[in-house]
Design a protein around this ligand. Structure first.
Ligand SMILES: *Cc1c(COP(=O)(O)O)cnc(C)c1O
Length: 230
């Protein structure tokens, strides 16, 4: 893939986000694009950074640790600007230390053990990061995330027991379902819980997610192209 191709696709995704946001009657800055760069190397990612993209998502701590410190430094040296890196994949508690050191937001808090491990590390490193609770809106047994009906109580425990800053929800709808109902459910839970951030929508459905009220869309292949197999 040429650099030009990924930058052209990034521009197209930005334009589509702009259109969907306007069509929904929402303010122009209502939606943040999280560019999902998993599997791609630093050489494939840099053109997007050079084109002004600042918010990125990665789903594996180890993989992200291998490329992002260098990319961050490169941007800092070139433009004095910062990257906002989101963890969007499942976290093991033995990786909490590295995750807190590396990421700026954790989107996938989904059980007490992880909430506790993250809170401990944030205190130790004096790095209080904003977090999202992942909701398993399709109640799929193999998928990460808290059950929808337990979401509000879990948010309360994250805050009161663990002392985490939770400001929203994230979901990955089941692959075979129409995503609309899942986006609606996530928005309803966020409204009921009084949380402003809703991370939902990927390459195949982000305009729908924006229509439903997404504040963050996580878009990978529509920007970087088909992912090579790991
Ligand atoms: C890979 C991934 C995405 C991006 O998926 P695309 O379909 O390539 O846009 C979004 N969210 C999560 C959690 C992912 O793991």
């Amino acid at each position: 893939m040429s650099e030009h191709a990924s930058v052209a696709r990034l521009e197209a995704v930005r334009a589509a986000i702009h259109d969907a946001t306007a069509k929904a009657g929402r303010p122009a800055d209502a939606v943040t694009l999280v560019a999902v760069s998993k599997v791609f190397g630093a050489d494939a990612i840099w053109p997007a950074i050079a084109a002004g993209q600042r918010v990125f998502g990665e789903n594996r701590v180890q993989e992200a640790a291998g490329k992002w410190p260098e990319l961050r430094q490169k941007l800092l040296d070139a433009q004095g600007a910062a990257i906002d890196l989101h963890l969007i994949g499942p976290l093991q508690s033995n990786k909490a230390r590295e995750a807190v050191a590396l990421f700026d937001r954790i989107e996938t808090v989904d059980r007490d053990k992880i909430a506790g491990a993250l809170a401990d590390e944030m205190a130790k490193q004096n790095r209080p990061l904003p977090c999202l609770v992942q909701v398993n809106t399709g109640r799929e047994p193999q998928k990460a995330g808290i059950e929808p009906r337990e979401a509000a109580a879990f948010v309360a425990r994250c805050r009161e027991v663990h002392g985490l800053t939770i400001d929203g929800f994230m979901c990955i709808p089941p692959i075979d379902d129409a995503p609309r109902e899942h986006f609606s459910l996530l928005v309803r839970l966020a409204d009921e819980t009084g949380l402003p951030v809703r991370s939902m929508g990927m390459s195949g459905d982000y305009p729908i997610a924006i229509a439903k009220g997404a504040t963050h869309v996580r878009v990978g292949s529509a920007i970087f192209g088909e992912r090579p197999k790991r």
